[in-house]
Design a protein around this ligand. Sequence first.
Ligand SMILES: NC(=O)C1=CN([C@@H]2O[C@H](COP(=O)(O)OP(=O)(O)OC[C@H]3O[C@@H](n4cnc5c(N)ncnc54)[C@H](O)[C@@H]3O)[C@@H](O)[C@H]2O)[C@@H](O)CC1
Ligand SMILES: Nc1ncnc2c1ncn2[C@@H]1O[C@H](COP(=O)(O)OP(=O)(O)O)[C@@H](O)[C@H]1O
Ligand SMILES: [K+]
Length: 505
Amino acid sequence: MKIFSAAQIREADAFTIAHEPVSSTDLMGRAAGKCADWLMEHYPPSHPFYIFCGKGNNGGDGLVIAQKLLDEGYVVTVCLLEYGSKASEDYIYYYRRLQQQYAGRIREIADVTGFPELPPSAVIVDAIFGTGLNKPIEGWLAGVIHKINDQHPRHTIVAIDMPSGLKADTSSRNTPVIQAHHTLSFEFYKLAFLLPENAAVAGQVHILPIGLSPEYITHTSTRYHLTDLDMMRTIYMPRTPFSHKGTYGHALLIAGSRGKMGAAVLSAKACIRVGAGLLSCHIPDCGYDIMQISEPCAMCITDELPDHSAHFHEQADARYKTIGIGPGLGTATATASSLEKLLATYKRPMVIDADALNILSVYPSLLYQVPAGSILTPHPKEFERLFGPSANDVERLELLSKQAVRLQLYILLKGRYTAIGCPDGAVYFNATGNPGMATGGSGDVLTGILTGLLAQDYSPKAAVLLGAWIHGYAGDLAAAHLSQEAMSAADIISNLGSAFMECFY
Ligand SMILES: NC(=O)C1=CN([C@@H]2O[C@H](COP(=O)(O)OP(=O)(O)OC[C@H]3O[C@@H](n4cnc5c(N)ncnc54)[C@H](O)[C@@H]3O)[C@@H](O)[C@H]2O)[C@@H](O)CC1
Ligand SMILES: Nc1ncnc2c1ncn2[C@@H]1O[C@H](COP(=O)(O)OP(=O)(O)O)[C@@H](O)[C@H]1O
Ligand SMILES: [K+]
């Protein structure tokens, strides 16, 4: 799914009105009608509604919702915020209609003292500002936002299209924004919903299709995308009947050190569970028994050193379809020097994670030696060590995209919505996964998955998109069986099989 900017959403709107048999007024009626249906499905008429309307088209949506709820016998109070701006044409149209039939239900608020007392079980609808917000909310309007947010623990707040005050595609950090429980958004996810800095504002997002022009949607390109199961089904490659282990590639995993062999084991298991043909693990001598016993399907090559690895560059040759390096590796100088030598000779796309990333952040010139098309998998702290700090989440995404283009790499920035920067500048968000995965080892599992997919000849782009998806999907299945609390990184691996079955069989 493409993620359009606020400007593109306005264009999609205008294009639809110009090319399809629908007027602007009717499009608002259709969009807001969907919201009213959603509200009636979720709240019976015993809930009194307080609908706060601004004067643009978001406010217009609020007026349509009010009319529909009143027509169905709901108790509705419409609070029109009178802040002096000129009302939009469609707002005026729906205002006149509401005024004719339900004048007694409308109140004007021109000051924060006009904020109503809310009865228990009231539902607040936020139709103050949508994608047209062009500056932070200030003055008494900001006071109203704070008053609504004060109701958060007692009353359900439903935002229409966007929580008011939230900007669709730039940072809204430290500005007043409605904290909604639910956001009913039209047609597309907005970039703002995917940013960690906005975690408290959109609540559960529900995307309501409103019939915007498919032609505009298909032909307009965007930098940001959200991946989905349909996309994964176009990426997934079923195994073929006459294939053999050589068909699915020989991967080399370079991981583990004394006390951190678990990271290597988790990666190895995940690599095998996504279907790699063969796996060899380069590990320090202390890890030999651990790996052989924990994962008999993997072969082992032990380093000359007992506690960490420093000779893996000697192994890394063309036999291996790909290499995954980093989990539990340690950052000893000798390890760093072996990584430098490895990067000088091995030229296929590889997966670089954890301590290997930490080494790259100490020797940033090595970044230019990483083979084009490789996948880096930093969490936010590792990303900052590699590429420096950002003032906000939108700037960080721009930095992610810029670095992916500059280095011609895939950079997977981990999080609730993992963001994947691609060498062509596109950024894909992954929506699978849950807070149960915020536990040691989840990232090591991801490294194994990505390595296993690259070994099987998935292109780096296919591997990174499918890998992030299936990792989160398996994590969601683990949480569904075990709870987010009780699941561990090993349970993500145990659920990879069910994840493949559910998604692709
Ligand atoms: N394609 C779509 O997605 C559709 C969108 N519609 C609605 O239309 C909305 C966009 O409408 P508008 O463009 O009128 O935008 P808004 O309803 O967000 O309001 C914009 C108006 O508010 C003023 N304004 C902006 N920021 C302000 C601030 N901080 N303080 C005071 N005034 C401020 C602007 O000058 C402008 O007059 C969407 O969010 C959605 O709710 C639907 O009605 C129809 C279909
Ligand atoms: N709240 C969350 N929602 C979705 N996914 C999450 C969440 N927390 C963590 N994850 C996922 O779990 C993984 C954690 O990786 P990482 O921080 O590298 O862990 P470790 O270093 O312990 O292996 C990432 O893929 C991340 O996207
Ligand atoms: K709103």
